[in-house]
Design a protein around this ligand. Structure first.
Ligand SMILES: [Zn+2]
Length: 149
């Protein structure tokens, strides 16, 4: 099997929440950066799908308000965080700032964007209250750039 970078991370040693730059790739002079936005502790916590889905909808907009060159932000299948890919050589500190900004914004919202049959693939599976709970929890713990605290 192909070597997958994220499988080489020892998930028993990390301490969430943190932002990790998992790699940078360059093709024909064009760089992209990859990040783990790990909100919850692996193998001890996970978000219900409604919360992770709602956070996904919010992060899609709020992260782009704050951070230039976001290509994609997608939920981790384990539901403990998100993967993000950006254009260019983006620094972890900038991602932490944007993520903290985004989670603060989540706390102010009364409605989930694009939570309808036309714009979403499972619009019934959202939870604004649960998304807010996790956003608050992560902000209280604080986002670190150290994965082993
Ligand atoms: Zn959706």
């Amino acid at each position: 099997m192909t070597n997958v970078e994220s499988f080489t991370l020892d998930h028993t040693k990390v301490k969430a929440p943190f932002v990790r730059k998992s790699g940078m790739e360059e093709r024909n002079g064009i760089r992209v950066s990859k990040f783990d936005l790990r909100l919850l502790q692996p193998n001890s916590e996970e978000m219900p799908t409604g919360a992770v889905h709602t956070l996904e909808h919010f992060l899609a907009g709020f992260m782009r308000e704050k951070l230039d060159g976001v290509i994609d932000i997608s939920p981790m299948g384990c539901r403990t965080g998100f993967y993000m890919i950006t254009w260019g050589d983006v620094q972890v500190k900038a991602v932490i700032e944007a993520l903290a900004y985004s989670l603060e914004k989540v706390l102010e919202q009364d409605e989930v964007p694009a939570a309808n049959e036309l714009q979403c693939g499972n619009y019934r599976d959202h939870s604004l209250s649960s998304a807010k709970e996790y956003a608050k929890q992560v902000l209280m713990k604080g986002l670190s750039d150290e994965i082993y605290q």
